[in-house]
Write a protein that binds this ligand. Structure first.
Ligand SMILES: [Zn+2]
Length: 410
């Protein structure tokens, strides 16, 4: 492909992406105005339902504002060759091909994060606070930022450094070696996420003695799941929204319940939600999704290896010579139509897994408390009860509440 074709393609892709997202959000906003579906009557009273609709509309409109802002920024940057200019400026003081990409991405990371801060503040301290969701103090917000920076520098810097080294020393076969590195990293992150990363941001405590523990204990015995792997996390530090998740592989597996979830639900409901999470483990969803993402990583790296050394790509980004970082950034954009399709496939699989985990909870425990628990959670989060089917198809990793309930009833 020539420089001009690549340049046009970059602009067409980001424009297409932007409009696709806008159209889907618009459809979803309109769909959220529908009355409560029959199956879900009683979840909200009229006043609270209106409140949930205003909340959804507000979040969606704010999303439109931030997306429009980023779109114009990125469009102008590519159109005017700002990334190339940044590269030229870096080369005036850093002639080393090993260090320049690190400086380049470091600067982009800082600039985009600084631009993002006001949006993030507005989102948390204005919108979420208005609806009573935000529990984060300014101190937590700042500490989160600092910890996030340190983690990005250590992990992102290390991985990028390895990639640069391999690209420079091995040639176009680098993708294979880097894939091995990324696979090792993914497995490591999966195994140690709850013991190394999460504790930096939250406190995890083993579940305390009491009614909940004994209920979960007897369920664990029935399905032979080790009780020592159940933790309560202080999600209330940031948001009043409750949640639960499964993490890890093999002996490192853990079920984590948010304190905000425990607070608002009955023991029966919590045990049912717990059973759902155990279902993800028993049905091997975590293993498959990890393998799936490792496979995709290899595919992506292989594609990138085909254009990592291409000077035309760097020129299209406004560069003067072939630079790995310009090509990597361009690749991120050129790859996005593929990643959109893969995202849809991933969501289809994830929604199927949710039905399976629900069915598992139904078989091994009971569906009535799970349905109650899910309803309560939806109402607590002011969730959209009538999302647009096309929006769901593209973006939802969980089936809409109504469909989950229907599946359990059948
Ligand atoms: Zn689930």
């Amino acid at each position: 492909m020539t420089e001009q074709t690549i340049f046009t393609l970059l602009l067409v892709i980001i424009t297409f992406d932007f409009f696709l997202e806008r159209i889907l959000s618009y459809l979803n906003r309109k769909s959220a105005k529908k009355p409560i579906p029959k199956e879900l009557e009683g979840i909200y009273d009229n006043e609270k339902y209106t409140k949930s609709q205003t909340y959804q509309a507000e979040v969606s409109k704010f999303g439109m504002f931030t997306a429009t802002f980023s779109f114009f920024f990125l469009f102008l940057a590519i159109y005017n060759g700002w990334f190339g200019l940044l590269d030229q400026w870096i080369r005036t003081f850093s002639p080393l091909s090993l260090v320049s990409p690190l400086i380049f991405f470091g600067i982009l990371f800082i600039v985009s994060d600084v631009i993002n801060i006001p949006f993030s503040i507005y989102q948390n301290f204005i919108i979420e606070a208005k609806y009573g969701f935000n529990k984060m103090t300014v101190k937590t917000f700042i500490l989160d930022k600092i910890k996030g920076y340190i983690l990005t520098i250590i992990i992102g810097g290390f991985l990028l450094g390895v990639l640069i080294y391999l690209v420079n020393t091995i040639g176009s076969d680098f993708w294979y070696y880097f894939w091995v590195v990324m696979t090792a990293f993914t497995l490591f992150a999966n195994l140690f996420y709850t013991s190394l990363i999460l504790p930096l941001f939250n406190k995890l405590t083993p579940i305390e003695d009491g009614e909940l523990k004994s209920s979960i204990q007897s369920y664990c015995k029935k399905v032979s799941f080790p009780l020592k792997n159940i933790f309560i996390i202080d999600g209330s530090k940031r948001s009043s929204k409750g949640n639960a998740f499964f993490s890890g592989l093999g002996r490192k597996k853990k079920v984590v319940l948010f304190d905000t979830l425990v607070e608002k639900h009955t023991v029966e409901e919590l045990t049912a939600i717990f059973a759902h999470e155990v279902g993800h483990y028993k049905k091997k969803h975590i293993v498959f999704s990890t393998l799936f993402s490792i496979g995709l990583m290899g595919f992506m790296l292989f594609l990138f290896s085909r254009m990592a050394y291409n000077a035309e790509v760097s020129w299209a980004m406004g560069g003067q010579i072939s630079e790995l970082h310009l090509n990597l950034l361009a690749f991120g954009i050129l790859y996005s139509p593929i990643s959109t399709i893969l995202g849809i496939i991933g969501n289809i699989i994830s929604r199927k897994n949710e039905y399976e985990a629900d069915a598992y909870a139904q078989e091994t425990f009971d569906s009535a408390p799970l349905v109650e628990g899910l309803k309560k959670m939806s109402a607590d989060h002011l969730s959209n009860l009538t999302p647009h089917p096309v929006y769901v198809f593209f973006y939802y990793s969980h089936p809409p509440l109504r469909k989950r309930i229907k599946a359990m009833e059948n």
